[in-house]
Design a protein around this ligand. Structure first.
Ligand code: FES
Length: 163
């Protein structure tokens, strides 16, 4: 199921936004009714292939990776559909994952996740995909994180942690 369709099924959409394609991807709500935060995470011109950039999403307690892959990815953003973002927390037991050789690897028990395939686990003890963060890129090349699929490890809700 396409990432966008999954969001549609998991979330409600603010009334009327589908009529405006510019706003359609930016106005999804979480199950508790709040809007997903929009966070600028970089600019296309600053990204180097296979050199991940860290950021936090959907809140300051949730590390994530932004990375430009060598090839097109499922729900990839940018002119080559190869810019993706994922939670940096392993879905097995919450260790931080590292980006090595166009994949995410967890050093704790060696789960491996494919960022070109929606964060699919293809080796190791993790049983769930690495949560993917949807991206939008504006005309200036600024990259915004706009919503997330799946649960960050240890959470009972996608909602950002209140501080
Ligand atoms: S915590 Fe990542 S594989 Fe166990």
């Amino acid at each position: 199921m396409a990432l966008a369709r999954r969001f549609l099924m998991q979330s409600s959409v603010a009334a009327g936004v589908l009529a405006d394609p510019v706003l359609a991807l930016a106005a999804f709500t979480m199950p508790d009714g709040r809007l997903w935060p929009q966070v600028k995470v970089g600019n296309v011109k600053d990204l180097e292939q296979s050199k991940p950039v860290g950021f936090n999403y959907p809140d300051e307690k949730s590390p994530a990776w932004l990375v430009k892959l060598s090839g097109a990815a499922y729900e990839g953003a940018g002119p080559d559909s190869n810019i993706v973002a994922f939670s940096a927390i392993c879905t097995h037991m919450g260790c931080p994952v590292e980006f090595v050789g166009d994949r995410f690897i967890c050093p704790c028990h060696y789960s491996m996740f494919d960022p070109a395939k929606n964060g699919q686990v293809y080796q190791g003890l993790a049983s769930d995909y690495l949560p993917q963060i949807a991206l939008e890129i504006d005309a200036a090349g600024d990259i915004q994180a706009v919503r997330m699929s799946g649960l960050v490890w240890g959470r009972v809700s996608d909602a950002p942690v209140r501080t």
